[in-house]
Ligand binder design. Structure first.
Ligand code: PGA
Length: 251
């Protein structure tokens, strides 16, 4: 399985800023993702079309949206459908990011509806899961991951190819805080995630990418990518600059 190197640009970058960053990445990477690596850039809706055109300059790279609404079209003011995302030239979407769960109040059930709908409509989905510090300290780590995975994957069509889905484990306390989980934490938690994925999706679990996210940077990316059950990284802050994100891609 190729390692997935994903950027989450959150609410940063206009269209022209996105294009400038991608052009810089393309120059540093000589027009191609390194051997054995796949690159995905999750960009804001308003930059998605421009980013999707620009990313064609990098072989093995694609774009994704950071959110979707589970309907083809309709009276859903301010929302975006998978059809619109695909029309921008993007092939991926994020679901369940902790900022959407905790700031926008998305439930596990709603995350599950979005995940299934996006897959049914031909997008690849990166479902994000992860516990808060309070949950971890109260011994609820496994419970939280189990609930988020079970409900998040509840209506995923059985015929979904393994490479259409990826899971990103991101401990909430490590996102944007500069606090990375220790390598031991990551190995232990990824083993739990993989075991839960096997319970839910059987053999397909071993072909489904399981990424780590939370304060990944050039200095720690190589070590994290070498850990058991780590099939890629989802990078926020350190993905905003071409120079640091390409160092991570090459780590
Ligand atoms: P961070 O964000 O790398 O800035 O911690 C990761 C994410 O939220 O996906």
């Amino acid at each position: 399985m190729k390692k997935l190197m994903a950027a989450n640009w959150k609410m940063y970058k206009t269209g022209s800023e996105a294009v400038a960053t991608i052009n810089e990445m393309a120059a540093i990477l000589n027009g191609s993702a390194p051997e054995g690596r796949e690159v995905v850039v999750f960009a804001p809706f308003t930059a998605l079309e421009a980013a999707s055109s620009a990313i064609k300059a990098i072989n093995g790279a694609s774009t994704g949206a950071e959110n979707l609404y589970p309907a083809i079209e309709g009276a859903f003011t301010g929302e975006i459908s998978p059809v619109m995302i695909k029309a921008c030239g993007a092939s991926w979407v994020l679901t369940g990011h902790s900022e959407r769960r905790h700031i926008l109040g998305e439930s596990d059930e709603f995350v599950g509806q979005k995940t299934a709908f996006a897959l049914q409509n031909g997008l690849r989905v990166m479902l994000c899961i992860g516990e808060t510090l309070e949950e971890r300290e109260s011994g609820l780590l496994r419970n939280v991951l189990e609930r988020q995975l079970k409900l998040g994957l509840k209506d995923v069509p059985a015929e979904t190819p393994a490479d259409a889905l990826a899971i990103a484990y991101e401990p909430v306390w490590a996102i944007g805080t500069g606090k990375t989980a220790t390598n031991d934490d990551i190995v232990e938690t990824h083993a739990i995630c993989r075991e839960l994925m096997r319970e839910i999706m059987g053999d397909k679990a071993d072909e489904t990418a399981l990424l780590y996210g939370g304060s990944v940077k050039p200095a720690n990316a190589g070590a994290i990518l070498g850990l058991d059950n780590v099939d890629g990284v989802l990078v926020g802050g350190a993905s905003l600059k071409a120079d640091s994100f390409t160092q991570i891609i090459n780590a």
